[in-house]
Design a protein around this ligand. Structure first.
Ligand code: SAH
Length: 287
């Protein structure tokens, strides 16, 4: 447990989980209930905020329409000023001697821009603790009943997954989107090389999925590779959509009008698994 500063203020970065308010940890919920100030993201469920004590100051730092794709972690595409404002707020509220919670969707350390907040807090000499959360990839895998790792019978490589890759699909590298920088670009060729033996979990990848799938195909990943898209994992509105790499790539190069994944709601997680047996995947829930 982190120490509070001389004024008693400190910051807890808490993972709220993927959506279902029951998926916050026991510790996360306890710290949230004790908080004086809570800075929360757009994807955080109202029912979690209802757990805050009366008089707690609740600050929405999400700033985007409900259901919209979350801001990407790529600084060239993200409102850096908004992040600086959040950093400054965290520091200011803690300096008032208050118990500050920064409540983030999923796990704070996975595509959550926690690094910048930790840096700002360290620079200001403010104590900080991190309470991990259930990340979207594990929630999506649970929703689809798709093991992220799998040891095949007899130890053969076929049918096994030896690891998990968590990667951002924003922006699709190589699409030369305005502001795309070399450092922000993902080498989908490297991903294709490792994909046959791991499960690839693509965050923020729904919009660019056709381009990503095309890049993976061009790099030699098998067209029949399973692509499972999970929208709103852990929530009653969850949807699981199953296709192949070839199916996901079908709209690449066009304007996306025939994109098989069009109409799937955000947030969505894309799981690319060469060896997942189809029969593990639940049929999409009916609405
Ligand atoms: N820190 C978060 C990720 C933030 S990036 C975590 O650990 O989960 C936001 C991306 O996460 C979304 O674009 C989407 O790809 C994914 N995501 C978040 N919640 C999700 C959910 N309930 N179902 C499917 N994907 C989700």
């Amino acid at each position: 447990m982190a120490q509070t500063n001389s004024m008693g203020g400190m910051v807890s970065l808490i993972g709220a989980g993927p959506g279902d308010p029951e998926l916050i940890t026991v510790r996360g919920l306890r710290v949230l209930r004790e908080a004086d100030v809570v800075l929360y993201d757009a994807l955080v469920d109202e029912r979690l905020l209802a757990e805050c004590r009366t008089g707690a100051e609740l600050i929405d730092v999400g700033k985007r329409a409900a259901g919209a794709e979350p801001p990407p972690p790529n600084p060239s595409h993200h409102n850096a000023l908004a992040q600086e404002r959040i950093n400054a707020l965290l520091v200011a509220k803690a300096r008032e001697g208050r118990r500050v919670v920064r409540l983030k969707g999923g796990d704070p350390l996975i595509f959550g821009r926690a690094g910048e907040e930790l840096e700002a807090l360290a620079a200001a000499g403010i104590s900080c603790e991190i309470v991990p959360g259930v990340t979207a990839a594990t929630a999506a895998a649970a929703q689809a009943q798709l093991p992220l790792t799998r040891r095949a019978a007899g130890g053969s490589l076929a049918g096994s997954s030896r690891g998990v890759l968590l990667i951002t699909g924003h922006p699709a590298a190589g699409t030369a989107a305005a502001g795309t920088t070399a450092s922000a670009a993902v080498s989908w060729e490297s991903v294709a090389a490792i994909a046959p033996s791991v499960t690839v979990c693509v965050y923020m990848g729904l919009k660019n999925l056709p381009q990503i799938a095309r890049r993976l195909l061009d790099a030699g990943l098998a067209p029949q590779t399973c692509v499972t898209i999970v929208s709103n994992a852990s929530l009653p509105s969850a949807q699981v959509f199953e296709t192949t790499l070839a199916g996901a790539a079908a709209a690449a190069g066009s304007d996306g009008a025939d994109n098989a994944t069009d109409g799937l709601p955000s947030p969505a997680l894309v799981l690319i698994s060469s060896n997942s047996p189809q029969h593990y995947v639940s049929p999409p829930p009916r609405k």
